[in-house]
Design a binder for this molecule. Structure first.
Ligand code: FAD
Length: 404
């Protein structure tokens, strides 16, 4: 992989030109919304409309999932094309991971891998075109790390499933169209052999969604109270859910990779240029410059890990421990950056600024430092996966599952 991402193969260069011109045209007048297409729990109406609109346009061209087959809503392009799209969008602070405002980035590849032909043709196109939003719904009140200990039951009743149970800490502050849900399909079956995945339309009778106000923003409780679901929504087969979960969790636990950069340092530098202490800009203080340099070095390493995983994923050679390594390091860096912000700007770092996007609001960075240790599995989960993949304390090394 060329880590500099500077040179395109000759046959790809015209595509970059096309994408750059398209983005110039479609971002005109919205340049001030730079970064606003990142996942955010305090998105305003303007940002929301911008993001949905952009997602719709990208989706129509197949560019939200460039490598997906055309018949499922993608553009049937190559890895090089995907890289062009990711890097051009990144110039506007936008990532394909977030632009379509849903967890389809994880769910769609899992359905592509495990769904039947009929399911792929029905479920994927609206998701891949960014027309519907989907939440990933795994965590339960009795403990999220032990995903296999799933108590939400889906019991077959003729050509339907009856779904009953409760999930916590899931989703977003705006409602979903689908709930991608891990369930227990055989309560008397043995562990790992008793699970299934359902792609549940969120408007079915018996589903109640309630906001949870967490330190990092809004998540939700979802109640399933005797929800009657047609059996066609079971993806990957009955009692086969653990294998499907492997694919899902590998993507969620860092295996999906990413190209975009973290915009935090840019804003810190801007702040330090403007903020003066005793008439002297903060940026001229040696200790402040040292702290910013540490931040830059670590964020650069995070980006390299993310790009490496991105490459491994799309050439279908999953890195054995790259996902867990990236996630652990990324989250520790974010925590350290919260501490660094406090060292640089003191209590200014604890004052929320709602005029900027969450990802560059210093107070949010500080607050979310510890909170993000749990999202998508904890640091202990990262350690556990890492240890298994390198064979620590075991005679064999666990293999990384191939994703799409
Ligand atoms: C911001 C945020 C977003 C989230 N989004 C989603 C979402 O969209 N969908 C979803 O399904 N869930 C979501 N979650 C839930 C998240 O996946 C869980 O919080 C996570 O899996 C941990 O589960 P838990 O909170 O129940 O902690 P527990 O599993 O109860 O763990 C408690 C503590 O024990 C440690 N621990 C547990 N088991 C072990 C072990 N075997 N070895 C060592 N230590 C262990 C943990 O590391 C942790 O420190 C989100 C959570 C947050 C905070």
């Amino acid at each position: 992989m060329d880590f500099s991402l500077q040179t395109d193969p000759p046959e790809i260069a015209p595509f970059r030109k096309e994408v750059r011109a398209w983005l110039q045209e479609n971002m005109r007048g919205s340049e001030h919304l730079r970064w606003s297409a990142s996942w955010s729990t305090r998105e305003n109406d303007e940002e929301y409309r911008f993001r949905r609109n952009l997602a719709g346009k990208l989706g129509k061209k197949g560019w939200l999932f460039p490598m997906f087959p055309v018949e499922y809503g993608g553009a049937g392009l190559t890895f090089d094309h995907q890289l062009v799209l990711e890097t051009e969008l990144d110039r506007y602070g936008i990532s394909l991971n977030h632009v379509f405002y849903t967890l389809a980035r994880i769910v769609a590849p899992v359905i592509l891998k495990w769904g039947s032909e009929e399911q792929k043709r029905e479920f994927l196109p609206p998701m891949v075109r960014g027309e519907v939003s989907v939440w990933q719904v795994l965590t339960e009140p009795q403990g999220g790390s032990d995903v296999a200990n799933c108590q939400t039951k889906a019991i077959r009743d003729g050509d339907h499933y009856m779904v009953t149970g409760q999930k916590v800490m899931v989703g977003h502050h705006l409602p979903p169209d689908f709930l991608w849900t891990l369930v227990c399909t055989n309560p008397s079956g043995s562990r790992h052999e008793n699970l299934g995945w359902l792609h549940i339309p969120a408007n079915l009778p018996g589903i109640t969604i309630q906001h949870m106000h967490l330190m990092m923003g809004i998540k939700n409780v979802v109640f399933f109270d005797g929800v009657r679901l047609p059996a066609k929504y079971l993806v990957g087969g009955e009692n086969n859910g653990w294998r499907v979960a492997h694919t899902h969790l590998e993507l969620e636990h860092g295996g999906e990779g990413r190209v975009g950069a973290d915009p935090l340092v840019e804003r810190v530098v801007e702040y330090c240029r403007e903020m003066k202490v005793d008439g002297k800009p903060l940026i001229e203080e040696t200790n402040v410059r040292d702290i910013i340099a540490d931040m830059m070095i670590e964020l650069h390493a995070v980006n390299l890990f993310a790009r490496r995983n991105f490459w491994h994923r799309f050439v279908r050679e999953p890195h054995p421990y790259g996902g867990a390594q990236f996630r652990y390091y990324q989250r520790m860096v974010r925590l350290r950056n919260g501490e660094r912000l406090q060292q640089i700007m003191g209590c200014d770092a604890l004052d929320p600024d709602h005029t900027v996007h969450e990802v560059v609001d210093f107070e949010y960075v500080v607050r979310s430092g510890p909170g993000q240790f749990h999202g998508g599995g904890t640091l202990d989960t990262d350690r556990l996966i890492f240890a298994r993949r390198v064979g620590l304390g075991r005679p064999t090394k666990e293999k990384a599952p191939e994703t799409i």
